[in-house]
Design a protein. Structure first.
Length: 292
């Protein structure tokens, strides 16, 4: 299995990177549809794609399955996500070994959200409590892993304040992370202020802005509630004006995301990461809108 190039080498080329995020589907029909999405997205040649890691159950094995499929059948550079949820250190070491043996050299290292129904995060027996510990474990297991970590321009919901959250981000950087991908946000000013604060803390790694083209008002209200991302009133009004017409709402979402990305790239963002929700249409429309 040919090992992937570390994403840090792509950053060294000093051109904006485009990455897309998939989640593992629940069933075979979902996998067939994801294959169609992946096939359509090959045309826009993303620099890398990532595959989320579920909170528990069978979905976890599917991250490995989908990552292997996207690498082998579609030729993408794939970054599987990995979380601490429910895993002992020994299990995480085994998973790290499997990922490495599969030829993957890039991992998004996360603490993870508590499983549905749980009130807060609790580490597994002999498990890890914070993502910086996972970064350290993975680097100790395989020094050639290139690790991404999550950043929160609007603060992680559990952090008492933004300064403490930045201190904790710095721990992940110091443990060996190579880049930061942000939680979704809809107002670029939030990102610019975050990057400034990172610099003030001595965090100089690339900060990839995470962009989600809205697909439905209900869905984005749920997601923003969970992530504490702020939905600007103008965007909310436009989405409400789209009413029940799914196509109109999707167009509003793509238009907003396109404007965001143009602004970010004009202001020297190191690229952009699209939360595509396994849909090709918005990613293709964004790529077309950005073609120069
Ligand atoms: C780009 C991206 C991709 C994601 N993909 C997934 C996924 O695939 N699967 C999934 O389940 N979730 C995913 N998430 C969600 C993520 O798991 C949650 O936001 C989770 O609640 C925090 O994960 P983290 O890695 O940022 O945690 P951490 O960096 O560990 O932070 C969690 C909280 O603890 C605090 N903290 C961190 N370190 C310390 C420390 N050493 N001491 C004290 N406090 C500390 C932080 O301030 C924060 O409030 C993703 C998030 C992002 C931004």
């Amino acid at each position: 299995m040919t090992p992937d190039r570390p994403i840090s080498e792509l950053f060294a080329q000093r051109r904006p990177l485009r990455s897309l995020e998939f989640f593992p589907p629940r069933d075979d029909a979902g996998i067939a549809s994801l294959r169609a999405t992946a096939g359509a997205l090959r045309r826009i040649n993303p620099d890398f794609v990532s595959v989320t890691y579920g909170a528990g159950g069978g979905a976890r094995g599917r991250t490995a399955q989908i990552s292997a499929m996207l690498k082998t059948d579609f030729g993408f550079t794939v970054m599987p996500h990995l979380t601490c949820v429910g895993h002992s250190r020994a299990e995480l070491n085994t998973l790290a070994g499997e990922i490495h043996a599969g030829g993957f050299r890039n991992i998004m290292a996360l603490r993870g959200d508590p499983p549905r129904g749980a009130t807060g995060f609790a580490p597994a027996p002999d498990g890890l409590r914070y993502a910086n510990e996972l970064v350290a474990l993975l680097k100790a297991r395989h020094a050639d892993f290139c690790l991404g970590v999550g950043g929160y321009p609007e603060k992680h919901p559990e952090a008492p304040n933004a300064d403490v959250d930045l201190d904790n981000l710095k721990r992940k950087v110091d443990a060996g992370a190579s880049f930061i991908t942000t939680q979704l946000f809809f107002d670029n000013m939030v990102y610019y202020r975050f990057v400034e604060k990172c610099h003030a803390r001595g965090i100089t790694l690339p900060v990839i802005p995470g962009i989600m083209p809205v697909l439905s008002l209900k869905q984005i209200q749920r997601i923003t509630q969970m992530s504490a991302a702020h939905l600007p009133p103008v965007l909310l009004k436009r989405l409400e004006a789209g009413g029940d017409n799914a196509d109109t709402v999707e167009m509003v979402g793509i238009d907003w995301a396109l404007t965001q990305i143009r602004g970010l790239l004009a202001n020297n963002a190191p690229g952009y990461h699209v939360y595509i929700l396994n849909r090709a249409r918005s990613a293709l429309a964004l790529a077309a809108g950005l073609a120069a």
